[in-house]
Ligand binder design. Sequence first.
Ligand code: GDP
Length: 365
Amino acid sequence: MKLGVVGLPNVGKSTLFNAITNAGAQAENYPFCTIEPNTGVVLVPDHRLNVLADMYHPKKVTPTTIEFVDIAGLVKGASRGEGLGNKFLSHIREVDAIVHVVRCFNDDNIIHVDGSVDPVRDIETINLELIFADMETVQKRKDKAEKSFRGGDKKAGAEAELADRLYAHLESGKPARTLECTDDEKAILQSWFLLTTKPVIYAANISEDDLGKDDSEIDYVNQVRKTAAAENAEVIVISAAIEQDIASMNPEEKSEFLSELGIGQSGLDRLITASYRLLGLISFLTAGEDECRAWTIVNGTKAPQAAGKIHTDFEKGFIRAEIVPFDTLAELGSMAACKEKGLVRSEGKDYVMKDGDITLFRFNV
Ligand code: GDP
């Protein structure tokens, strides 16, 4: 699961990306991640691991991670192949969700490609490029579906109708994700690999001088919120410049600095948490004296497939999962106490995992 960071030039993408790579996970702990120059892997903050660590004193605590990809260079005209436009659009095609960085700071020394700071116009500029690219895709799909329909494929009729409706929707400047459609139609849309079906978080990049202020007092942020609300997207307010500084601090310095600023959690941590949620991801946890660890699964994953995240043998030989919800364990203070009260559940192969399940898998080898 990957998030692509997009935005116009000079809005603070590289600065945010530096924060992401500075805060980055130790690559050697995550051999399954491909670390490329434009990719940053960050730890997903999870306070539950701290509680487990206090309980188990493990040799190792391993948070889970998500990956960000820097997709710099998206400019007006990209969908027509201007600049390196098409290359960037193809990078966006490969990500699961988008973080759209929007400039909400004034600085006369840093030119804006369109001459002034205007978050609504900037959002529209980027979104239109994605919409234009999708219109081209949808037109091709429509032509193909109509041809199949004429050839006798009844099912293709529905596809052509959907393409028609979506084209008009895109033409009116709206992203595909806001099109009202049935579950069957959603499945068709998934198979078209569109750009504007991908979920988005707007990262409003504010001036460091505005940090600690009530967001509703910052005009630029209000403008971003209004635009985001129209497409049911979330907004995270950050100051990329400050995040870059915070990311290179050790945990004590970081918490001291944040409390001086009067904020509880860094913007980057909020962005990571929101991104995780946006992707429909949850974590189950394993706890022991060797390691306490969080594992990522898609919401809705069943126990055997969750076991398979740890090892394919766990999935193949799955017998059952022994589960205690994190809150129960935290309240009772130990696994032994949970067992004594009969609160460790035994779940079979149809069990749908929940966020925060402390899990022990039983399996045949
Ligand atoms: P990109 O082109 O979107 O990657 O933008 P950069 O990250 O390179 O930022 C462009 C310029 O804006 C750089 O000089 C940054 O130092 C500056 N910048 C980025 N974020 C902030 C911010 O939050 N506040 C201020 N004042 N400057 C920023």
